[in-house]
Design a protein around this ligand. Structure first.
Ligand code: SF4
Length: 111
């Protein structure tokens, strides 16, 4: 087994542990759960706004695997809407299997 494969396994395990810890803390503290259910994470660029609801995410990692310049696993903020064209981001958001990712087109100000 090569080093890069081992690194990928270790990264995946660490990510799962991080998400499991977040899940457990939500279960132990319903106030946080309520807060997260009502305040999804919001990211915007000039064209679109993308929201991420962690309570809906099934951690399939489809977004991170298929568009890693935008949906980053170990960087905060984890969604970088400047990482790819708006069309590609919209196509990826539409593929989210759980509906945790959503988008809307930003309203342009009319002078
Ligand atoms: S594609 Fe959707 S369900 Fe899968 S990890 Fe990304 S946000 Fe979560």
């Amino acid at each position: 087994m090569c080093i890069s494969t081992i690194n990928k396994y270790i990264s995946s395990i660490l990510l799962l542990l991080k998400r499991y810890r977040a899940y457990i803390s939500l279960r132990l503290n319903p106030k946080i759960d309520l807060l997260m259910k009502t305040t999804p994470h919001v990211f915007s660029n000039n064209d679109i706004t993308v929201t991420y609801n962690p309570c809906q995410c099934i951690n399939a990692e489809r977004c991170a695997k298929e568009l890693s310049n935008v949906f980053r696993q170990s960087v905060i903020p984890w969604i970088d809407l400047d990482g790819e064209s708006t069309d590609k981001i919209i196509q990826q958001v539409k593929k989210c299997p759980s509906g945790a990712l959503k988008f809307h087109i930003n309203q342009k100000e009319v002078a």
